[in-house]
Design a protein around this ligand. Structure first.
Ligand SMILES: NC(=O)c1ccc[n+]([C@@H]2O[C@H](COP(=O)([O-])OP(=O)(O)OC[C@H]3O[C@@H](n4cnc5c(N)ncnc54)[C@H](OP(=O)(O)O)[C@@H]3O)[C@@H](O)[C@H]2O)c1
Length: 245
């Protein structure tokens, strides 16, 4: 394959929601711990999230007040470093003003991951100059709209990422599903139904995300009980229906 093997790894409610009050309830904390354990045990070369998830998980500094006033910056991919583990951010217009080249997090499954920004050519020079200054890598995937197949090909070619965890949210998952870029789905299912109408589904449709109503087919590889009343489900792409190499 000319792209990484992509595993969508998420925690969800019984009714397929990935946000909501159920995630805050202390009795379900053990399932969140299981999610992080499984993340570590996959031993992937990186994880990827949408701009909203990155902002929520890793607090961002304020936007710098001073604009870049140097010469125009070419829209060329920038490899600040090759690392053992990467944090890939889908940030089409350049809104994540990282203050460091790597993630800082108490969980060793995330801490130290070198950041790669996936941008469109719309990202302003001030933003590109900031990333270079901080030692954050970036690549371009599309002029004004994201080209996800190109993005993941570049992740393999430029950074050597062979296995990638796709970790939400719903918009980014929906975009990958739409492009047939999900090889495996790993779900930690919490035994709660989330009734809020604002809760985000595992694969979101709409402005971004999946645009067609076509169902994609997967086959069950494994189902494990977690802590008596939770589940870990692993599905792989149904190769009979989705031929790919
Ligand atoms: N339960 C779990 O396992 C889990 C895991 C991860 C996240 N979450 C939750 O999910 C929530 C966020 O999910 P979300 O669906 O709102 O956001 P998201 O997928 O994290 O990020 C969406 C943003 O990414 C960019 N993007 C993604 N796909 C795009 C596309 N096809 N074209 C252009 N831009 C695209 C856009 O950024 P711009 O707006 O900058 O254009 C878009 O607004 C958070 O509350 C988080 O806690 C849950």
């Amino acid at each position: 394959m000319d792209r990484p093997y992509i595993i969508c790894h998420m925690v969800m409610s019984l009714d397929g929601k990935v946000t909501g009050d159920f995630l805050e309830r202390s009795e379900y904390g053990k399932f969140i711990e299981e999610y992080y354990r499984i993340h570590r045990e996959y031993g992937a070369d990186g994880f990827l999230c949408g701009r909203v998830t990155m902002e929520g998980s890793f607090p961002q500094p304020p936007v710098p007040s001073k604009d870049y006033d140097g010469p125009p910056i070419d829209r060329e991919d920038y490899i600040a470093e090759k690392a053992a583990f990467y944090a890939v951010a889908i940030d089409p217009n350049g809104k994540l003003w990282w203050s460091n080249r790597a993630i800082s997090d108490p969980d060793e499954g995330y801490d130290g991951a070198h950041i790669i920004e996936v941008l469109t050519e719309n990202a302003p020079d001030t933003f590109l100059a900031h990333l270079r200054d901080k030692g954050v890598s970036y690549l371009f995937a599309g002029k004004s709209e994201l080209n996800f197949p190109l993005a993941v090909q570049k992740l393999k070619k430029l950074f050597g990422i062979k296995t990638l965890l796709l970790e939400g949210g719903g918009i980014v998952n929906g975009s990958f599903l739409q492009e047939d870029l999900i090889d495996e789905i790993s779900l930690v299912v919490i035994p709660a139904a989330e009734c809020s109408e604002n809760a985000i589904p595992l694969f979101k449709t709409g402005k971004y995300g999946a645009k067609t109503a076509l169902a994609k087919s997967f086959q069950l590889k494994e189902a494990k009980k977690l802590n008596d009343d939770g589940l870990w489900l692993i599905y792989t792409k149904n190769k009979k229906e989705n031929e790919y190499v």
